[in-house]
Design a protein. Sequence first.
Length: 388
Amino acid sequence: MKDRTLLMIPGPIEFEPAVLQALGAPTTSHVAPDFIEAFGQALERMREVWLCPSGQPFVVAGSGTLAMDMAGANLIEPGDKALVLSTGYFGERYAELLSRYNADVTVLSAPLGGTIDLQEVERELRANTYKLMTITHVDTSTGVRVDPQPLGALGQQYGVLTVLDGVCSLAGEELRQEEWGIDVALTASQKAIGVPPGLALLVAGPRAMAAFRSRQMSVGNYYADWSKWLPIMEAYEARRPSYFGTPAVNLICALNVSLGQILDEGMEPRFARHRRLGGACQAAIAALGLGQVPLDPAIAAWTLTAPTYPAGISGGDLLPKVKAAGAILAGGLHLEIKATYFRIGHMGATKAGDVLATIGALETGLRGCGYEFEPGVGVAAAQRVLVG
Ligand code: PMP
């Protein structure tokens, strides 16, 4: 029997063999011609994946939180007003982060499992002069997707910079950064981008770069400072060697491979595939009689599903049994409901067969916990969505 368990959490995810091969290749110098070419190409490809032809890409070693930090550190000056639109744990993190840079932060929180009320946002933008607004595209703690398009339009209308935390969405959920007027879209390597953890990635549009250039004060975070990194990104893209901090050579080579695969698939087919995978998983959960954290299926993410445990069954009972049956799932994250739900990731390299296998493993786990249902009902519901 193959000793392999599917990693179906909302990041890190299963990675493509060619990406892992690039990661395992002998490390070259960070100024070797091959590496300069790979880095330069990765930066060019980011604009295509983000759908932001006028954007400035940044790739820096670190996790998604560093990408959040870079946007905060470079765009906020003490006293700037910032509006955080929170749909869960990562919205709260952004509020805490911006406060560190002495922003004057207002948080607009959605009800748990709900999304952001656009009218409330517009009232707030009309009543106050904000410099920046953050949006969590998919909050990984609730599985709620916020529609960035109308928020980008509001940001343009009111002259407010929009920063999209796309850590759990980018390269999976539909995002058209430039067309939708999003000023910064950020992510990390380990989710739908499809590269093991270790890279903070973001694309900053012209309004964000202009705001950065017109700062009065220097950036209060040395490592995150765009004045240090911008010349490096520009140099590699011009295929010139450069140095500020040693780049994560192997991860960047792996990133270039993964971005190439993403563009080979094509952004539109990729968005459609994620929509299908999310739809299949969520149909299975409903057919099994389990609830979900998002209050409305229309706002449930395509990249992860957040089902609630049946009455009387805990994560401690269920998740090890699902793992023994072949799929690793994640427990809850949102502090208020942590013990009541679990999470299934289905992004990046995830295939239809992975979702079917995961639902099969979930059925085995549920049966092992004594939960009553007709065996196969979840798999059948998923398959109906997958075959269209
Ligand atoms: N934002 C969101 C929406 C996330 O899902 C995560 C990670 N789960 C982060 C930010 C932080 O990313 P990292 O753990 O890579 O620092």
